[in-house]
Design a protein around this ligand. Structure first.
Ligand code: SF4
Ligand code: SF4
Ligand code: SF4
Length: 283
């Protein structure tokens, strides 16, 4: 298992460009829409975005750092993909294409060094900090296609932590074209609240154009947030020039235990726990 030729990431990025074809393009658009919907189905897909800007009332470290550091520490093995496929496919000029996805779990032992470097716990945590400090949005989860793309056993634990940019991520791009049932497989973390401060909002629309679920619209020149549609990614808060959007988590334990419950098997079947605040390093 695991072998990939040296040109694999390059050709993957070329093919990945197809995933940005909208359904309005004759023939190819419908084909891509079908593949997109097929790849995001129950029992095959399970992801959550982690808002980098969430203010957690009980800890000073940002949520993704708290959660992901603990998952990395508990993992059997981990790798860092040499390049982000989406950013390479899109020729991203805003974020580093070399900040690739982090893979966690026993199956990552099989990954070829042509596509990823095998990382120690400390190296993986350093990579996480670099990505979050650059403003990239982590999402973590598992899609059935991951094992095929990276050529690892499908019956061994394998979790992907991607560091997405609002400009290039194919999941952000493709979400609006998905059937409703597939949209439901993007899990909003329990306990996250997003609020818009109308006094600060100037109605510039930056959050509206960047929200991948169309959960923010302008009403009377102010941003209006739709709870039902929101997936809690925190992008709106990241892009607001006025600091008018806040992302809050009131009960970190509830939020993280739900997440850990969903991912523990993917990282090796080990029990997941949130370490004491005193164990978490400063951000
Ligand atoms: S999903 Fe995000 S991190 Fe993963 S390849 Fe795409 S943009 Fe890069
Ligand atoms: S409103 Fe949109 S951009 Fe903001 S957190 Fe929700 S899904 Fe993300
Ligand atoms: S980005 Fe900020 S200021 Fe602009 S519309 Fe959204 S909330 Fe208002």
């Amino acid at each position: 298992m695991g072998k990939r030729p040296a040109w694999y990431l390059w050709i993957l990025a070329k093919l990945w460009k197809l995933s940005y074809i909208p359904p309005s393009v004759p023939i190819l658009g419908k084909l891509v829409a079908g593949i997109r919907a097929q790849s995001i189905q129950r029992d095959m897909f399970n992801i959550s975005h982690l808002p980098i800007n969430a203010q957690v009332t009980s800890v000073s470290t940002p949520l993704p750092v708290v959660v992901l550091e603990n998952i990395i520490r508990e993992s059997d093995h981990r790798t860092i993909i040499h390049r982000c496929t989406c950013r390479e496919a899109r020729g991203c000029t805003s974020y580093d294409i070399h900040t690739g996805c982090l893979h966690i779990g026993a199956a990552t032992e099989e990954e070829d060094t042509t596509v990823a470097r095998h990382a120690t716990v400390e190296e993986a945590i350093a990579h996480l900090h670099k990505a979050v400090d650059a403003g990239l949005i982590p999402f973590m989860g598992h899609a059935a296609g991951d094992n095929v793309i990276w050529n690892v056993s499908k019956d061994r634990p394998f979790l992907t932590v991607c560091f997405c940019c609002p400009c290039c991520c194919t999941l952000f791009f493709g979400y609006k074209y998905l059937p409703e049932e597939s949209k439901g497989l993007f899990h909003r973390l329990r306990g996250i609240t997003i609020e818009v401060d109308n006094d600060r909002c100037t109605g510039c629309g930056a959050c509206v154009s960047r929200c991948f679920t169309q959960a923010i619209t302008l009403r009377n020149a102010k941003a209006f947030h739709d709870e039902e549609r929101c997936k809690g990614c925190g992008v709106c808060a990241s892009v607001c020039p006025e600091g008018a959007v806040s992302v809050r988590i009131h009960d970190l334990e509830t939020t993280t235990s739900e997440l850990f419950g969903r991912v523990s098997q993917e990282v090796g079947g080990v029990p997941m726990r949130l370490k004491d605040e005193s164990d978490a390093p400063a951000s």
